[in-house]
Design a protein around this ligand. Structure first.
Ligand SMILES: Cc1cc2nc3c(=O)[nH]c(=O)nc-3n(C[C@H](O)[C@H](O)[C@H](O)COP(=O)(O)OP(=O)(O)OC[C@H]3O[C@@H](n4cnc5c(N)ncnc54)[C@H](O)[C@@H]3O)c2cc1C
Length: 761
């Protein structure tokens, strides 16, 4: 028993002092991905998170789905899911949690952070103080954990602010902005006009469930009574819940940090008012048995401080996809701004303008310009308000945070400041280490001199030479234009034959389209066009015989233009890096199948050509003449681990029952580690919560494989994989002049490998 009679003197709380190589404030997706990336590179990290679980807006406390450049598959960014740790998290979440339960995502984030011996996690610990050792240097951060009445003080040479609102940067005196820049500052034509407002507001959601019997709801006194105060109230559906109510937003006119509690009360008023309307207005008889299961208690914050780095990313970087020598990450969500009056605004709840492809994020936007040892990660990075409209989504935040985490590792190893990494060799080392860890940086391939595959001869048991997608699927109507997106080498286009049914004799427009920017998939350049006559009847061949030439290798859309009298056959065959498209719209992120911005706002007009999700989404049945011979084993060492201007994967022939890659060296080599990258379909957004997915594992992914030496001895066997990246450690290291990677099973599609790298240790 403890009995302290007290002597009348005030007591002080215990203080625990910690030291680390990197101290991170904020355990949202950005803080988590920065911490994991740094810790896996050997950096001792302290991660302080003011709430009981990790994930920030993705956690079960707020329940937003993690999104990024894939944009719900609603724009032309193909194979754009972010790589690295955030990919690992999303793939794991798909595997464990295809139903999208936010509690399961919490456990995945907690598990990954707890498993990392280099991370000291301080949950429920709110950072509220910094100490400085000079005007531009932080020496310690301190926080308070209300659960154990403990003060923590963390000393470190490097700090990372991933707190969303920027607690570290603010306290340390870092330059920041809050609100919108005037149009002239960066010549941003989409800078909000007066009246629209300068900040995005917060949101807070509810989930409901069917209780199996009628449930009464008596609203609290603070609930909104007059639903017509919400101009969009007619769009409320009893079946909607969670982030489908993203537009229940408020607070953009007041201080989104200082007034957060006030904003929360208004959002509770709105949430309970909406539920009162659903339950008690008489308009939703289907809500009779529904009851509230959960109402958010912490509002999701969209926007507050943005800190100034050495570069402020702006609208033109996004729309024109400007290149940066110091690119370390990328984005691809639309520029998505909301009226500051939020749910009470008469204006459209959001304005989303996509670019034609993904854009680079430079390293100069990821550290403070005036605090020498402060990294930035997540939504608070150095971007203009307009650019923030795109960079703010969580997978993009996570991806930039991974760059921050890796940069911190290099700074820690070499005792450098963040800005020092701008020097050529250091910057290349940062990019290289990021790419090796799975980060994708558009336009920058991995060139790793220590990868022994570079000095090997590579063979495969077979390779896919793609000459057809068999017509074993149902025809789909050409009620919209459809296309196969095919990788084509430079030179004359191949001929492509579709199989169609036609209800009448008609003529069908066929086209080959490419993209105006290399590496994009927006089919905005028509390279060949022809009209083909069709008779009434089934199973007719439509040959597209383009007389044009592909000046450079790339993906091209072989299109059948809209004709509702015609249907085109589909195929059940799925192949890595191949997808069919339709000229259509995804209401979640667009208002029409063609983006038509008003003039003068600096946004491009173009068409959306979108894939459909599995299981419905299928390739079109085609024959290709000459066949596409691009799925060669050499691809595993070309430094690009996703489709870009080509499939970049070795794909085995579908007939090959024992697919195998062989790597040979002229003399025996010690191999201690092999890095493999499989195809988990980077086109799949893998929304983390609310929205279910029909599959746990991706059909293109390798399930079972093994590493075998020339004597046939099995050096390693993986019995059950579902992840993109596999690190194989050979214990003891093999000494071999030949190794085989044998693919024993996939989840359905022909075996595919994007990358296989071999290291001495
Ligand atoms: C309503 C709404 C809808 C959105 N829709 C989407 C969407 O559909 N998909 C999507 O990807 N993005 C969406 N976003 C944007 C996205 O959620 C945010 O931009 C993103 O969460 C930012 O990530 P972050 O890690 O920087 O910040 P956060 O997710 O906010 O994480 C920051 C973390 O830091 C913690 N923290 C704050 N202060 C301290 C402190 N003093 N000490 C310690 N910890 C601290 C916070 O508790 C939080 O957990 C939406 C945002 C909102 C609000």
């Amino acid at each position: 028993m403890i009995h302290d009679p007290g002597n009348g003197a005030a007591r002080t709380l215990q203080t625990i002092s910690l030291s680390a190589d990197l101290a991170i404030a904020g355990g949202g997706l950005a803080g988590v991905c920065a911490a994991l990336t740094a810790a896996r590179s050997g950096v001792k990290v302290v991660l302080a998170q003011d709430r009981p679980v990790l994930g920030g807006n993705a956690s079960s406390e707020v329940r937003l789905w993690i999104l990024g450049a894939t944009s719900h598959m609603g724009n032309n960014n193909r194979w754009a899911r972010e790589g690295g740790v955030v990919d690992e998290i999303l793939v794991e979440n798909l595997y464990r949690n295809p139903e999208g339960n936010p509690l399961i995502l919490d456990t995945i984030l907690l598990e990954k952070v707890k498993a990392e011996k280099n991370i000291t996690l301080l949950l429920n610990t709110a950072v509220n103080e910094v100490e400085k050792s000079g005007p531009s240097r932080i020496s310690a951060m301190a926080g308070y954990c209300s659960q154990n009445q403990t003060l923590y003080r963390v000393e470190a040479p490097l700090f990372c602010d991933a707190s969303g609102d920027g607690i570290l940067g603010f306290l340390a005196g870092a330059a920041f902005r809050m609100g919108a820049e005037a149009r002239q500052e960066f010549d941003e034509a989409f800078a909000p006009a007066a009246g629209y407002g300068e900040l995005l507001g917060h949101s807070l959601y509810f989930y409901s469930k069917d209780a199996g019997r009628p449930v009464r709801f008596v609203p609290p006194l603070f609930a909104l009574r007059d639903i017509t105060q919400i101009p969009r109230y007619r769009e409320i559906r009893a079946s909607d819940s969670g982030c489908r109510f993203w537009w229940l937003e408020w607070g953009g006119r007041i201080d989104t940090i200082g007034d957060t509690e006030e904003i929360k009360w208004e959002l509770w008023k709105i949430a309970y008012g909406v539920w009162d309307y659903i339950k008690n207005s008489g308009r939703f008889p289907e809500a009779e048995n529904l009851t509230l299961e959960w109402v958010g208690t912490i509002p999701g914050k969209r926007e507050s401080r943005r800190f100034e780095g050495d570069y402020i990313l702006r609208q033109q970087d996004i729309v024109e996809q400007r290149r940066h020598a110091d690119a370390v990450a990328y984005g691809g969500w639309a520029i998505d701004l909301h009226p500051a009056d939020g749910v009470y605004s008469e204006l459209s709840a959001c304005t989303q303008w996509h670019s034609k492809g993904v854009y680079q994020i430079p390293y100069r936007s990821l550290y403070s310009r005036n605090i020498d040892n402060l990294f930035l990660a997540g939504r608070l990075i150095s971007v203009s308000h307009v650019a923030f409209g795109s960079t703010r989504v969580m997978a993009t935040c996570a991806h930039n945070a991974q760059a921050t985490g890796m940069a911190a590792a290099i700074c820690s190893e070499r005792k450098l400041r963040p800005r020092d990494l701008l020097e050529g060799p250091l910057l290349r080392s940062l990019q290289r280490r990021l790419l090796a860890a799975g980060q994708y940086i558009p336009g920058i391939p991995l060139d790793d001199p220590s990868d022994l595959a570079r000095r090997a001869a590579i063979r495969s048991s077979s390779r896919l030479v793609l000459h057809r997608f068999p017509a074993d699927g149902e025809p789909v109507p050409l009620d919209c234009s459809r296309a196969m997106l095919l990788p084509v080498p430079a030179g004359p286009f191949p001929m492509v034959c579709f199989l169609v049914d036609s209800r009448e004799s008609t003529s069908l427009e066929v086209e080959v389209r490419g993209s105006s920017i290399e590496g994009n998939y927006t089919p905005d350049v028509t390279l060949y066009q022809e009209t083909v006559g069709l008779e009434r009847g089934r199973s007719q061949q439509v040959w597209l015989r383009p007389s044009a030439t592909a000046v450079k290798a790339g993906y091209f859309a072989f299109c059948l233009m809209r004709n509702p009298a015609v249907s085109v056959y589909t195929s059940s065959l799925r192949v890595s890096g191949l997808v069919s498209l339709s000229h259509s719209m995804n209401r979640a992120v667009a208002t029409s199948a063609r983006q038509e911005p008003p003039p003068g706002i600096g946004i491009d007009s173009f068409e959306f050509w979108l894939p459909s999700r599995r299981p419905a989404g299928r390739n079109l049945a085609i024959q290709i003449e000459p066949p596409l011979d691009l799925f060669v084993a050499e691809n595993i060492r070309n430094g690009v681990a996703r489709p870009t201007i080509g499939p970049n994967a070795w794909v085995a022939s579908p007939d090959d029952l024992t697919p195998r890659l062989t790597v040979c060296w002229s003399e025996p080599r010690q191999i201690g580690r092999i890095e493999l990258c499989f195809d988990t379909d980077l086109d799949h957004p893998m929304e983390s919560v609310l929205m279910g997915h029909p599959e746990r594992e991706v059909p293109f992914c390798i399930k079972r494989y093994r590493v075998v030496d020339s004597r046939g001895d099995v050096l390693f066997e993986c019995p059950d994989n579902h992840q993109t990246r596999n690190t194989v450690r050979l214990q003891p290291p093999a000494v071999a002049s030949e190794l085989h990677i044998e693919i024993l099973e996939t989840y359905g599609a022909p075996a595919a490998v994007f990358e296989a790298r071999f290291y001495e240790r």
